[in-house]
Design a protein around this ligand. Structure first.
Ligand code: NAD
Length: 259
């Protein structure tokens, strides 16, 4: 009898993504970048880092296995073009997101639409472009980036951000349901505050709610923020065959932030 995918993966603890081709959006910085590097360490044969920031992408160039792609995740035609170039992707990590600061009364219609375009519609573009080839080979893992600020927890000054991240959970479950018999898994990651460049920048803003969260986490919870690498480790698991029975599942990684 053939070994189950999980048993096969368990017998090879290192190289959990051996030979897999992966795409990571927002791959130049923060959690996305940490995940690009973690996927490579686990044996991925190719990781495409998609980002809008050319300079940061350049710092990944020359690393064996990394392909950089300068692309705005809102550009549907560009995403479809990328899918034409790369037909056999095994793992899609939709990581790109924008944190809008403001309550519902101060959020303009333009800001609302921009947030949904970057945080949710981008996933529509990427999943629609890359899913058909995954279904064809009956294998694939899609990981979507949500947040603790979603259906899990209300955060001050994050009205539209929380709405987009809640939508990502709904999208994930819908895709997972439609693909459950087609060999493709789709899961969602919900981090609490993570020590990334953008998080640190937000904390410099005296008005921003994230600033107060650090004191709470340091004094009452784990005593430190999570690192991008800790989220990347979770993404490695979800991308790997070890996670073969997970689909439509919500993975909170928050050190108790939602307790
Ligand atoms: P970051 O903000 O440090 O970096 C984001 C990257 O995305 C940058 O390299 C930027 O150039 C790129 N980017 C932005 N807009 C883009 C676009 N339109 N097209 C392509 N690339 C674009 O990233 P981070 O803090 O690691 O956050 C990554 C994801 O994790 C986001 O979806 C965010 O909402 C989510 N998240 C972050 C935290 C946190 O505390 N940092 C917590 C929960 C969820």
């Amino acid at each position: 009898m053939a070994a189950s995918p999980a048993a096969a993966a368990a017998s090879t603890p290192a190289g959990r993504l051996k030979g897999k081709k992966c795409i990571v959006t927002a791959g130049a910085q923060g959690i996305g970048r940490a995940t690009v590097l973690a996927f490579l360490r686990e044996g991925a044969s190719m990781v495409v880092a998609v980002d809008i920031n050319k300079e940061k992408l350049q710092t990944l160039e020359g690393i064996p296995g990394v392909v950089t792609k300068h692309l705005d995740v809102r550009d549907g035609a560009g995403v479809r073009g990328l899918a034409q170039e790369m037909k056999d992707v095994d793992v899609l990590f939709n990581c790109a997101g924008y944190v809008h600061q403001g309550d519902i009364l101060s959020t303009t219609e333009e800001e609302w639409d921009f947030s949904f375009d970057v945080n949710v519609k981008s996933m529509y573009h990427f999943i629609q472009a890359f899913l058909p080839a995954m279904i064809e080979k009956r294998k694939g893992s899609i990981i979507n980036m949500s947040s603790a600020a979603s259906t899990l927890r209300g955060i001050e000054q994050r009205a539209v951000y929380g709405a987009t991240k809640g939508a990502v959970i709904g999208l994930t479950k819908g895709v997972a349901r439609d693909c459950v018999q087609k060999g493709v898994r789709c899961n969602v990651v919900c981090p609490g505050p993570i020590a990334t460049e953008s998080y640190k920048e937000r904390c410099q803003d005296l008005e921003d709610s994230d600033k107060g969260h650090i004191d709470y986490i340091v004094e009452k919870l784990m005593g430190r923020l999570a690192t991008p690498e800790e989220v990347a480790n979770l993404c490695v698991y979800l991308a790997s065959d070890e996670a073969s029975y997970h689909t439509g599942n919500v993975f909170t990684i928050d050190g108790g932030f939602c307790l």
